[in-house]
Design a protein around this ligand. Sequence first.
Ligand code: 13P
Ligand code: SF4
Length: 317
Amino acid sequence: MKDDMKRNDEQELIGRIKLLKEKHNAVILAHYYQDPKIQDIADFVGDSLELSRKATSTQAEVIVFAGVHFMAETAKILNPSKKVLLPDLAAGCSLADYCSGDAFRRWRSQFPDHVTVTYINCSADVKAQSDWVCTSANALEVIRAIPEDQPILFAPDRNLGNYLIKETGRKMELWDGACVVHEAFSMEKLLDLWKKHPEAKLIAHPESEDHLLRVSEFIGSTSALLKYVEENDHETFIVGTEKGILHEMQRRVPEKLLIPAPSKENNNCACSECAYMKMNTLEKLYQCLLNMGPEIELDGEVMEAAYRPIERMLTVS
Ligand code: 13P
Ligand code: SF4
């Protein structure tokens, strides 16, 4: 009875969101880590790179970003004249939050002859100081587009940075930041899980720690992990990234067994979830469309400077 009422309330909310979306000529873009209900109502679901591309091609006047702050900022930088809304402005990211524009400026000044590459998970201010931006889907391509003798500064994810050094053999200085979700996987629990499912293949996002990547069958961005599971003949996978991706993954391969990689943080939970991503709810999405806010607002000069390294990234990948 209670469940039925909840379902009816949710259906009503979804109906209202759809009406408001039409009224304001808005598009909802959602990341694969969003709550499944939000993914289901979105006009487009993708990874950071796909969402940036979609933000450049949409005809809608309003972009509602069901993701985290740096993603909505990127959409705004790519569409300065459009209204970009984020259901909860507090939806941050441990990578972006621990790399302030000022600290990054000081760090950069110590390496004046280095080319600066920043992972898209950073603030507009940090992007504005960068030569290149990359996402996990095109980081290797971006690094390979830089002349080989050119030393590189890479921020803010040291795990992705170390992975890139290993793959390309390039000389890189790394900012000491990490994703709280991808650093939470437990090797001990993973080994226990493997005892129960010895046939399972581990696939992981490159934001994960090196010890996990070393035992992974495949390493890739969220879109690459989805593609791998779809195209590989194997039937059982342990998925080393945020649990939200399992919604789309299971939809694509309903017959396969997908197990979220276990997290060390919480004994009651066998999975890693991004608390920032999960700040967005159906109710906040509705309120956001109703009030046309909270809105992303950025300084014009910062937007202009941040646009260049993002545009450079979009042209090479
Ligand atoms: P991708 O969307 O590039 O796979 O990155 C995952 C992520 O952590 C987004 O915050
Ligand atoms: Fe940031 Fe990690 Fe959450 Fe992605 S999963 S938004 S990198 S904290």
